[in-house]
Design a protein around this ligand. Sequence first.
Ligand SMILES: Nc1nc2c(ncn2[C@@H]2O[C@H](COP(=O)(O)OP(=O)(O)OP(=O)(O)O)[C@@H](O)[C@H]2O)c(=O)[nH]1
Ligand SMILES: [Mg+2]
Ligand SMILES: [Zn+2]
Length: 298
Amino acid sequence: MEMRVSSVGRRGVTLMTENGSHRSGEISGRVYREGTPVAGDWAVVEERGETLFVVEILPRRKVLARTSSSGSRQVIAANVDLVLVVVSIREPDLDTGFVDRALVSCEQMGLDAAIVLNKIDLEEHDGKIEGAAAPYSKAGYMIFRTSCLTGQGMERLRSQLAGLSVVMTGPSGTGKTSIARSLRPDLDLRVGSLSAKTSTGKHTTVATRLINLGQETILIDTPGLRLFSVSHIDSRELSDCFPEFRPFHRDCRFRDCMHRTEPGCAVMAAVERGEVSRDRYESYLSILEETDRKDQRR
Ligand SMILES: Nc1nc2c(ncn2[C@@H]2O[C@H](COP(=O)(O)OP(=O)(O)OP(=O)(O)O)[C@@H](O)[C@H]2O)c(=O)[nH]1
Ligand SMILES: [Mg+2]
Ligand SMILES: [Zn+2]
């Protein structure tokens, strides 16, 4: 039979059964030699007595990946249809650098991505929320404005996830597990407090896990990340990972324009005209520095 891997521990995995409950399973050495399974993997499972044995991991469709602290590419979740980049409008403050890097990773994979702007109950001024969302909706991303406190935006979010495998990523404390809890209140999911001094999260979720929302909808909750590094991506691929640059970069004077200082750059001209967000463009430059540094090391 085939089951999905929900979480991966040192000793084995947790598998999601057809009715959405979880069972632990063991992994054969041969499966490990081919690579460590990740949440979302489809596993071929054999039942031997009381024990579930993973005998094969099926090839992955699209994966969400980042660069780990050791510099290698790390798969966060496999076989996903949609990535939700979950950030809060405050507590912790909106980290656009995180958002832009996570979106780059999705674009490079050809993965659909949307932004969840959570904790809107903490912000009185609609202007700040709209200002934060504007560059992303202009780039074509769907934005969800949500509050786990008031429930605002939750039904719209739920309806957009229907039938999909959806992974949430974001800094610690932005409310990923709280969102999962809003969508599945019957599960006893652990939510953390924030550090009083810095208003940042305390890394409450320590392992990725799958949550069955019913009707073939799977939500994957992941531990909060301090950084979403994408230096595994090639510098030349980067400008393609900014959808709002695409209408312009064919008009750059140089075919291999990196949109940095080159004369006749159509992307920079679009930034000057206000047609491309300056913040997003500056984020592009800062990510480019990181991918360049890696290219020089090679
Ligand atoms: N005011 C407000 N607080 C929220 C909201 N959503 C979550 N919180 C609070 O934010 C804190 C962190 O929430 P979590 O759901 O644990 O955050 P997380 O993103 O899962 O954090 P990690 O597991 O560490 O990555 C908790 O104290 C929540 O009660 C919201 O919409 N509004
Ligand atoms: Mg959590
Ligand atoms: Zn250019």
